[in-house]
Design a protein around this ligand. Structure first.
Ligand SMILES: [Zn+2]
Length: 674
């Protein structure tokens, strides 16, 4: 039998080391069955090792130099060097220069469903279906209208320690209510106030320090709030055991209740119309009662992002059908609403919510895939969940490494628990997808885009360039903020992504170029590369750079074309890039000793971009996973050497018997075929 259909189940950040461990320990029975019936290999991502670059590499079979999606933001020729175009918004496919596998499949008469996949908007096909995406930590800003909020009776934590947006409310004796339910204690009431503006909250918190330094502080949005509902809360004691139940109502009437919740319960989706002068749409949101003290003096009720009920599908009218039959698309739910990342062992309450959100999301995508399969019968599925990546970034992996600095066995146990949970979720989604959508003529692929290694120290390479007078900062007299002085800057890294790209400010090519092509250009490159290799960690005396090379020499890493920087470098595992440039805010200042080398300590997290695809540290690696089973694929074959992610699209096209995407450069993996 020939393979006719396929199902790509993507998991951002899944790592072979952890994957293998949980497979071996029996925590992933569904994936174990797939591997038994198919092939499993490690996979090498393409640099820069980040999500947009590699999810696009997977579905184009092309290197970043060819497909041009070289990170979360990319530099286009002619743009000033500090301008980056986003590849995770609604314009991303326009920036991609290579054909997608879903388009190659459609040409061969196959109908594809692309679900929550990075860089998938706007749609490039006619007959296919697109649901959600396109960014890793949530939906496009156009699809959500506000931020998730915790309404609490305590005073909000400071912004630095807040894990979610908080808004203080108070409780008092309920008055003027109709249809009151029975309560053994005096019913209490509160109100989710109508005068907070979600847009203000969002812009307020979400400008990072380096963005402020670099681009100046964004003005708070002055526009009127677009969605300001007032909801009334009624709190009762339903069992004579203290306050235990909260009603969320549109009016002071239980008949208008949209949710009644006990502690740890979620409401169903509630929908509301938004009508303002300029906008008219519907949003959906949920509540969860996080805490209610029996004495009735403490409450914490969480409300999700209000998500738009349309706009996130192609064809456009598919959204309504999905909302009615499956539910609303809550982009980024598995990353805890896409705004805050409370994956911390010391906050078990928030962790519970995080796992619940993850579970909600995986079930949602299973249900969408099943519904659309039944109704419209897709031949190819591209789906993506962000489970492991969040863990890698937020808790890092030093907590599980007995030889790491600051190791604590209690933390190790807790961290393993969190990591294992994510792989169990992964296995659950694979199991459910196979159960609901699999057919004998289908290839099933489980794949990731990279993993992560711990970071312990960071380096400001822009700071290094500044000390060497290759980059100059000036203070804007009007705003008081630092700016790049382009008339005195020869080499530069645009903060953000990718931080391992160094550009020469080249005359004739860059709008503010000052370096002449030829000898001057070569001199800047030589000087910069020498600086990088001359860096020494003051603590170890060793160079923190694994590899630094000029563009012409980086072709072996897929680095070419107009969007590829003049130089490319990689940190040794354990180091990461600092946003820089100096001067940094007070709390990020270096000690005098560190300043010499622009290296500072920053333990407790993990990262993947900035490292070579083969980076390894403390039992972790930066490599991805690739599992495939189905017609034409060897059974029980464990590949000893990794494939490249660029090999996936041509191999799938070969197995499915249609021409590979037009710009495909990877190899067909003949060795995995039977
Ligand atoms: Zn990723």
């Amino acid at each position: 039998m020939k393979a006719k259909k396929f199902m790509i189940l993507g998991f951002d950040g899944a790592m072979p080391e952890h994957f293998n461990r949980f497979l071996h320990e029996g925590h992933m029975p569904n994936i174990a069955r797939l591997i038994k019936k198919g092939t499993y290999s490690r996979a090498l991502p393409a640099p820069p090792v980040d999500s947009p670059t590699n999810w696009v590499t997977i579905v184009t079979g092309a290197w970043p130099g060819t497909h041009g999606i070289t990170s979360f933001t990319i530099h286009l020729p002619g743009d000033p060097l500090d301008v980056g175009r986003s590849t995770v918004g609604l314009d991303s496919t326009k920036l991609c220069k290579a054909e997608f596998l879903w388009d190659a499949a459609e040409k061969a008469g196959k109908k594809c469903l692309v679900m929550n996949y990075l860089c998938s908007w706007p749609p490039t096909f006619k007959n296919g279906m697109l649901v959600g995406g396109p960014s890793p930590s949530g939906c496009a800003p156009e699809w959500n209208k506000g931020v998730p909020v915790n309404f609490i009776t305590e005073s909000p934590s400071s912004k630095e320690t807040q894990d979610i947006f908080e808004f203080q409310i108070s409780l008092k004796k309920a008055e003027g209510w109709e249809n009151l339910p029975k309560s053994f204690s005096q019913p209490l009431e509160s109100k989710i106030p109508s005068n907070f503006t979600s847009s203000k909250l969002a812009s307020d918190v979400w400008q990072s320090e380096w963005e402020q330094l670099h681009y100046g502080k964004t003005e708070e949005e002055k526009s009127d709030p677009i969605w300001d509902p007032t909801y009334h809360l009624l709190i009762i004691d339903s069992k004579n055991e203290g306050y235990d139940k909260v009603y969320v109502c549109r009016e002071k009437n239980i008949a208008t209740s949209i949710a009644n919740l006990r502690v740890k319960e979620w409401s169903d989706w509630t929908y509301d119309k938004v009508v303002s002068d300029s906008q008219r749409f519907k949003v959906g949101f949920k509540f969860r009662l996080n805490e209610l003290s029996p004495k009735g003096d403490k409450i914490e009720i969480f409300r999700t992002i209000p998500y738009k009920t349309d706009g996130w599908t192609y064809p456009p009218n598919l959204a309504q059908e999905i909302v009615e039959n499956v539910g609303i698309y809550a982009g980024g739910f598995e990353t805890y609403m896409g705004y805050r990342h409370p994956i911390r062992v010391e906050k078990p309450k928030l962790l519970d919510i995080y796992f619940e959100c993850t579970s909600h999301q995986l079930n949602y995508f299973v249900n969408v895939a099943r519904y659309l399969k039944k109704k419209y019968s897709w031949d190819g599925l591209f789906s993506l969940l962000h489970l492991q990546d969040e863990i890698g970034h937020q808790i890092g992996f030093d907590g599980i490494n007995p030889s790491a600095p600051g190791y604590d066995p209690k933390i190790e146990k807790a961290h393993w628990g969190i990591i294992r949970k994510m792989y169990e979720h992964m296995d659950e989604q694979v199991g459910k997808m196979v159960k609901e959508c699999w057919s004998e003529d289908m290839l099933t692929i489980v794949i990731s885009d990279h993993a992560a290694v711990p970071i312990r120290k960071s380096i400001s390479v822009n700071g290094v360039l500044q000390l060497a007078r290759l980059l100059t900062i000036k203070t804007d007299k009007e705003t008081g903020y630092s700016k790049i002085d382009w008339s005195r800057t020869k080499a530069y890294i645009r903060p953000g992504f990718p931080m391992e790209y160094i550009w020469v400010n080249l005359k004739g090519r860059d709008p503010q170029g000052i370096v002449d092509p030829g000898q001057d250009y070569d001199d800047v490159i030589d000087q910069t590369l020498s600086l990088l290799y001359g860096l020494k960690d003051p603590e170890t005396g060793r160079c923190p750079i694994a590899l630094a090379l000029r563009k012409e020499d980086a072709k072996m890493l897929g680095h070419w074309g107009e969007r590829a920087s003049d130089m490319l470098y990689f940190y040794k595992p354990g180091y990461t890039g600092d946003p820089g440039p100096v001067p940094l805010p007070e709390k990020m200042r270096y000690t005098d000793e560190e300043k010499k080398m622009m290296i500072s300590s920053r333990p407790g997290r993990g990262n993947h971009s900035g490292f070579l695809p083969t980076a390894k540290l403390g039992g972790c690696s930066n490599e991805a996973i690739f599992v495939i089973s189905g017609p034409g694929v060897k059974k029980g074959y464990l590949r000893t050497e990794p494939i490249w992610l660029v090999d996936v699209a041509p191999t799938l096209a070969y197995l499915l018997d249609f021409p590979a995407p037009a710009q495909s450069e990877g190899h067909v993996l003949y060795d995995i075929m039977c």
